[in-house]
Design a binder for this molecule. Structure first.
Ligand code: EPU
Length: 446
């Protein structure tokens, strides 16, 4: 039975929240533990669904995973790794996109991998063609079946010279996790260089991997026969930080985001200030607040790092509904990341979505019928409504719109939010939000 969140809007969010370890690093760091021949320890692990999915998959493959009840630190011992039954792995089909990253490590330790149908957010087709292409370049043989994909490498994996069609985060991770123990040298051009990728590289380096990052998105890896376990503290979640920052602006609040790191949020902070939001960088986090007065509209394009990240777009669009004038947003990373604006319009926002590229950043979606540009007119008074959460970031943006709106909203599908925001209901309550969580007709918190 799903949970229902009732939100009585109009309350400025005020107080302190601490961001957890990055959702877009931690599950991949867990996969990397399979590459070592001794246990790995991962610290700053958030309590989110992707972590429990990957933990189950590691356990299915014989990795002994234990968690410190006080700190939440994970210890992963891969010394008895083994093949799991396809049926057991298949039970995780649709849960997460992380399983595709098991390919390289499983081939290195077991000679083969089975990957169930993949889940993840509904924000476009999210294909895995780049992943399969690079695995083939490493010498893997890919068999696509109805239940999933079987990958084997009878001769093992060999280093390759790769040029990615797009600086894809997941594909770059696939390359790293495969190349570190492949025979010989790998060079990947047009690689992603997001902070989460650099943190994964740092962790692999601790394991003994030989990796160098060069100018112009080039990464070189010299394969080694053996790696040891790591002891690593995950970088803080910059997407969660940006989400709370937007929540402060939208609700005219004042939120100190403990552990938010300026270094990984430069593009976001620049835009935040342009809109009229204020922030104060402290030694242990960043205070985000609405200084009063009008917010400014702007022209915004999402891009790969160091550009304005696609995951920051949806919460910020809600802030733009409160700006005085016309804002234009061009989404260049995903072809279908404006679906969430339909609910915002029901709440009173004025948003038009367009198939044209409303910006100059090179984009793969122009003239292809994808509604990937948006025009937002503000300011408007938002009003509460019924919302069914469509995806992680779109869902968070619905929550903050409901928190700012006049009246009551009823939100279903909030389990999706648990994929990326740990303890979010508790955090909302600690910030003074007037919310109630119901399960099967029972009120469990307010
Ligand atoms: N793409 C392909 N083929 C592929 C792989 C990617 O066409 O084989 C396309 C995608 O469809 C997309 C673009 O390349 O249009 C970029 O995708 P990328 O591979 O970079 O994304 P990802 O690795 O699947 C991660 C994050 C996303 C984040 C993106 C971009 C994780 C688990 N997910 O996805 O996070 O938006 O990078 O930075 O790390 C989120 O946190 O809400 C989220 C969706």
């Amino acid at each position: 039975m799903g949970k229902i969140l009732t939100i009585h809007g109009g309350v400025p969010l005020k107080g302190t929240v601490r961001v957890g370890g990055a959702k877009n690093l931690v599950p991949k760091a867990m996969v990397a533990s399979l590459l070592g021949n001794t246990p790995s320890v991962l610290r700053n692990v958030p309590e989110i669904k992707d972590v429990s999915v990957v933990r189950s998959l590691l356990e299915l493959h014989g990795v002994n995973v234990t968690q410190d009840p006080q700190t939440g630190d994970l210890t992963m011992d891969p010394t008895d790794a083994k093949s799991a039954s396809n049926r057991a792995i298949d039970a995780h089909a649709g849960d997460s996109r992380i399983p595709i990253l098991f390919c390289g490590p499983l081939i290195h330790s077991l000679g083969q991998a089975f990957i169930p149908d993949l889940g993840g957010c509904r924000i476009g087709d999210r294909p895995i063609d780049f992943h399969l292409d690079v695995l083939r370049e490493f010498g893997a043989v890919v068999h696509k079946g109805e239940d999933g994909i079987r990958i084997s490498a009878p001769q093992g994996l060999s280093g390759a010279k790769l040029d990615l069609p797009y600086p894809s985060v997941g594909t770059t991770e696939q390359v790293l996790l495969s190349a570190v123990r492949a025979r010989g040298v790998t060079e990947v051009r047009n690689a992603a260089i997001e902070p989460e990728i650099l943190d994964l590289i740092a962790l692999l380096q601790k394991m003994g991997a030989i990796i160098s990052v060069h100018r112009d998105r080039i990464i070189r890896i010299q394969g080694v026969d053996e790696l040891q376990g790591y002891d690593h503290t995950a970088l803080p979640d910059r997407n969660e930080a940006a989400s709370w920052a937007s929540a402060a602006l939208v609700t005219k609040g004042d939120i100190f985001v403990e552990d938010a790191q300026q270094r990984d949020l430069t593009a976001f902070l620049h835009v935040y200030r342009q809109i009229g939001g204020e922030f104060e960088v402290k030694h242990n986090g960043i205070r985000f607040y609405h200084p009063g007065g009008e917010l400014n509209p702007l022209i915004l394009e999402t891009d790969v790092h160091p550009g304005f990240m696609t995951d920051w777009q949806q919460p910020l669009v809600v802030a733009l509904t409160q700006a005085s004038g016309v804002s234009v947003i061009h989404e260049t990373v995903y072809e279908n990341r404006f679906g969430f604006t339909e609910a915002l319009q029901r709440m009173g926002a004025t948003v038009q979505v367009h198939v044209d590229c409303l910006g100059s950043t090179p984009c793969r979606f122009g003239h292809r019928n994808f509604k990937h540009s948006a025009v937002v007119m503000g300011p408007v008074d938002l009003r509460g409504t019924d919302v069914d959460i469509p995806d992680l970031r779109g869902g968070f943006s619905h929550l903050i719109a409901a928190l700012a709106a006049e009246g009551t909203s009823t939100v279903t599908g909030i389990e999706i939010i648990n994929r990326g925001y740990e303890h979010f209901t508790e955090k909302l309550i600690s910030l003074g939000a007037n919310v109630e969580l119901h399960e099967a007709g029972v009120k469990v918190g307010s």
